[in-house]
Design a binder for this molecule. Structure first.
Ligand code: GNR
Ligand code: NI
Length: 193
């Protein structure tokens, strides 16, 4: 679907799959910076993030997950059997949240293979800059509202496990750390003969 960037000179360059950072990693805990303007470079970042998200596959991705500490997120909750509905948001801000809450079983590409119910406002309004640098406002409920809040959390260095009890959070983070250490160890190990 999104295979090429075209720039102002009408040349094309291949899009890129970006490596996704997994926890624990200090970059996932940082506050990302506003972009203020969606220029060509931010547009390309959005395209690359969307391609990376579809390939993962995931329903959302935030720039810090690919090591870029800028306030950019992409979302598509349409699912594999329907028309894609890509959203690309820069500097997203919640302008309204419902009093009513909803719980969803959440996952995160930066916390692979771990899932837990997180309670958040059931409906939101979000103001942002779109791919064309236009200010827009979107009302969302259901999975889309959950996903947008999950992505905005990433921009503030917050992971879904930060909404859980310390016990559940530490259990998940310990397992991820162990998995990382095992991965490193296996790389260092000489091949068995
Ligand atoms: O792919 C993802 N699925 C998901 C499911 C429930 C609530 C949030 C999400 S977002 C996640 C992709 C991701 O890690 N985005 O930051
Ligand atoms: Ni996530």
């Amino acid at each position: 679907m999104f295979w090429k960037h075209s720039n102002s000179q009408d040349t094309v360059e291949a899009m890129a799959l970006l490596p996704i950072i997994t926890a624990p990693d200090p970059r996932l805990k940082k506050l990302s910076k506003p972009v203020e303007k969606v220029d060509e470079a931010i547009g390309r970042l959005m395209d690359d993030m969307l391609e990376t998200m579809y390939a993962a596959p995931g329903i959302g991705l935030a720039a810090p997950q690919v090591g870029v500490l800028k306030r950019v997120i992409v979302v598509d909750v349409a699912g594999q059997d329907s028309e894609p509905q890509p959203l690309m948001l820069a500097d997203p801000e919640l302008t309204w949240v419902s009093d009513e809450d909803a719980g969803y079983e959440e996952g995160c590409l930066s916390l692979p293979d771990h899932y837990a119910e997180v309670v958040r406002p059931a409906a939101i309004k979000v103001r942002y800059l779109d791919r064309q640098n236009e200010v827009r406002e979107l009302a969302a409920e259901g999975l889309l509202a959950t996903c947008i809040q999950h992505e905005i959390d990433h921009l503030d260095g917050i992971l879904f496990v930060d909404h859980l009890s310390a016990l559940k959070r530490n259990m998940i983070l310990r397992k991820l750390l162990k998995a990382k250490k095992a991965e490193k160890g296996s790389q260092k190990e000489p091949a068995a003969v």
